[in-house]
Write a protein that binds this ligand. Structure first.
Ligand code: ADP
Length: 414
């Protein structure tokens, strides 16, 4: 607004300079009128510059801007009168400048007011000139000029509409960017908080577990059956808390990009055998068994052994936890194109369609989790770890029921 008024003011000074320079070429109107116009415009521009000069006076602008616009219209109408003594002069061009100025100050309404007012002034001047100076009141000339003024006003209104849309789009974009930045910041703070919290939880939990294990080992003295029950329950719960804090820490590290992979060339067969061996006791406790199907031995992958083992372990643990006793769990691995496809399949309830979109979200616990302890982080961590390796993790529809999770890892030598 302020910059615009400064620009208009420079235009006023330019107009005054023109009046002084060209005025003497129009002696038929009287040099006094021309110099009077130039002097008035200079004084007016000086007054506006004075208003613009101080912060306090600038606050007056919204109140006087309409009055100033009326003065500007008067000046241009008067200039038309002064300089139209010679019909060869195309002084009407000045009108479009005021149409633009009106548009920028007051929107489409300002452009239309300027166009209409100056059209009327132009018609009146043409009629007046016809008598005074023999300026022919030619209908085509007048119609042409008035049409140009009104078209200019119409175009200005269109441009302003476009500008308004662009401004709205820009504002929406700036707002969305600011919101995204804020959300990112909030997410970052949350991850940092989770990392700090889980880190601080770890040492005291280890101490508690150590103490409970000592109790269970009956080092401080023998336990009654009731005391043993209580100590065993304490140990189970401390372990769960430890697992949860470990998962929280891992998720926070993944989100903050703080995990560096120690990659090596790995034989998936060996890796899967280790994962199965580590989880067979857990399966056995539920009278489940894990079948390993290695179709001809899939090719090597380049991966961080412990991280990939951790991702696969999360899938296997879920298969054990969520499927009923006495059912098999199948793990298979084979090459497909440039990837090794590892499948973990169980004969449990499967993931209901309405949960499939969200099971990989952090902290999401599905309908099947009913009564099973967990944090909702296992699948989120597994997927992040696989993505970090350039792989993927998906849930696949399982014919005959149960769940199938499919992990893909790029092969070492494609
Ligand atoms: P958690 O198991 O701690 O809840 P996960 O991220 O590992 O967290 O799993 C998210 C949800 O997906 C679980 O709450 C469960 O409802 C569902 N889910 C995961 N694995 C299986 C599975 N093998 N069978 C049935 N449901 C599963």
């Amino acid at each position: 607004m302020e910059r615009l008024e400064r620009t208009f003011n420079w235009a006023r000074l330019g107009g005054a300079a023109l009046a002084f320079l060209l005025g003497p070429s129009f002696p038929n109107i009287g040099i006094g009128y021309v110099l009077g116009l130039g002097t008035f415009m200079t004084a007016y521009a000086g007054a506006v510059a004075w208003v613009l000069h101080s912060e306090r006076r600038r606050a007056m602008f919204p109140r006087i801007v309409r009055f100033m616009f009326a003065v500007d219209l008067g000046i241009v109408a008067y200039s038309l009168l002064v300089f139209a003594a010679d019909p060869e002069w195309t002084t009407y061009i000045v009108v479009t400048l005021l149409v633009i100025a009106g548009g920028f100050r007051f929107g489409a309404g300002g452009a239309v007011v300027a166009g209409t007012f100056l059209s009327a002034a132009y018609v009146a001047i043409a009629a007046y000139r016809a008598e005074t100076y023999g300026f022919a009141m030619e209908a085509p000339r007048v119609v042409f000029h008035v049409a140009v003024f009104l078209i200019a006003a119409y175009l200005m209104a269109g441009i302003l509409r476009e500008l308004e849309t662009l401004r709205e789009q820009r504002e929406a974009f700036v707002k969305a960017t600011a919101e995204t930045a804020m959300l990112r910041q909030a997410d970052h703070i949350k991850s940092e908080f989770l990392a700090a919290m889980s880190h601080d939880f770890r040492s005291p939990l280890t101490v508690v577990r150590g103490a409970v294990e000592l109790l269970l080992g009956e080092r401080p003295g023998s336990l009654t059956p009731q005391q043993r029950d209580l100590a065993e329950s304490a140990e189970r719960n401390v372990r769960r808390l430890e697992e949860f804090t470990e998962q929280l820490l891992e998720m926070a590290r993944l989100e903050e990009g703080q995990i560096t992979l120690e990659k090596e060339q790995l034989d998936p067969v060996e890796l899967l055998r280790d994962v199965v061996a580590a989880h067979s006791p857990l399966a056995k406790a539920k009278r489940q068994w894990i079948r390993l199907d290695l179709d001809g031995g899939p090719p090597a992958v380049v991966a961080d052994r412990s991280r990939i083992a951790q991702a696969l372990a999360n899938l296997v643990v879920n298969a054990i936890r969520y499927s009923p006793t006495g059912t098999p769990i199948q793990i298979s691995a084979r090459r497909t194109d440039a990837a090794v496809r590892i499948e973990v399949r169980d004969h449990g309830p499967g993931i209901p369609p309405e949960d499939r979109q969200r099971i990989f979200d952090k902290f999401f616990r599905g309908r099947t989790a009913d009564g099973t302890a967990g944090s909702g982080l296992g699948l989120a961590i597994a997927r992040s770890l696989l993505t970090l390796h350039g792989g993927t993790l998906e849930y696949e529809e399982t014919p005959g029921g149960g769940s199938t999770f499919v992990a893909r890892l790029p092969v070492a030598i494609p």
